[in-house]
Write a protein of this length. Structure first.
Lengths: 199, 85
């Protein structure tokens, strides 16, 4: 009998070997990434028509802050992945500690970004200044809101971890929150070179 | 496993530092632009495989995110290289 393709087998296989966490969060992740992807592409093509303006405006950004925030988010993601490893070993205490570390770094990211916004807004920069700043503020603020959302999700997960609500056999919630947080990290991995580095 | 994750984190930090240094030195040409896009792609793949832990998931999940990274970074690279010429 020759091998044949069956959509039923394919769907079964995809759902059996699904990604970590809730399937709904992955649909949300793909949707959010698509929105950001379109914005990244529009930014890149708009820039190709106003290269001088984009380069001059980009030079006013605090590149060091962007780099520090990259390190903060990468480290935060690392802490979160260690939290997931800990709960898989039934170590709720270590999971809570790694989660708190990841959340504190998330707060630090927001603090650094807020100082950056404060400097820029004090210098009279706004979304109306030019196309570069419009994209810069829209993209980074949209991302900033995702960091805030991730912290709120982690707040609920942390409470459940502290109460002993997760274990090695039931850690779906921790993986779901972690997947969202890694998406936030992944988006910044593209955002940092696009906004701060490439010129 | 935790040792692997720590190595991945160190590699990600090093790659981010390389990108930052390229910007700091003001090195910009077509090749550098493509190198920056490639570094970003590698960082993305590491996060997807090891942090998001999609290594053991069905290939469709990995392919979706890798395709996303390839297409988005490809579009960005084309737009930037076009602007340089």
């Amino acid at each position: 009998m020759p091998p044949y393709f069956s959509w039923g087998d394919m769907i079964n296989s995809v759902s059996k070997n699904g990604p970590p966490g809730d399937l709904a969060i992955w649909i949300f992740i793909l949707a959010e990434m698509s929105v950001f992807g379109v914005l990244f592409a529009v930014y890149a093509f708009d820039r190709s028509h106003q290269v001088e303006l984009f380069n001059l405006s980009q030079a006013t950004l605090n590149r060091a802050s962007g780099f520090i925030n990259t390190l903060i988010l990468l480290t935060s993601s690392y802490f979160v992945v260690r939290a997931v490893s800990a709960i898989k070993r039934d170590d709720s205490s270590a999971c809570a500690k790694w989660l708190i570390g990841g959340m504190l770094l998330g707060l630090l990211f927001m603090t650094v970004k807020s100082f950056e916004y404060y400097e820029e807004f004090s210098a009279g920069i706004s979304m109306d200044t030019n196309d570069f700043y419009m994209f810069y503020i829209a993209l980074t603020f949209f991302h900033f809101l995702h960091v805030l959302m991730g912290l709120i999700i982690f707040g609920f997960i942390l409470l459940k971890v502290i109460r002993g609500g997760y274990s090695s056999s039931d850690h779906h919630g921790v993986e779901t929150g972690a997947s969202f947080w890694h998406m936030v990290d992944l988006l910044w991995i593209i955002l940092f070179p696009l906004i701060y580095v490439m010129h | 496993m935790s040792k692997t994750l720590t190595i991945i984190w160190i590699v990600l930090v090093l790659l981010a530092t390389v990108s930052f240094q390229i910007a700091h030195l003001g090195l910009i040409n077509k090749t550098v632009m493509l190198v920056l896009a490639l570094i970003t792609f590698v960082k993305g793949c590491l996060v997807v495989n090891y942090f998001m832990d999609l290594r053991n998931s069905h290939w469709i999940w990995k392919a979706s995110i890798f395709l996303y990274l390839f297409v988005v970074l490809g579009i960005i690279a084309i737009a930037y290289v076009r602007a340089l010429t």
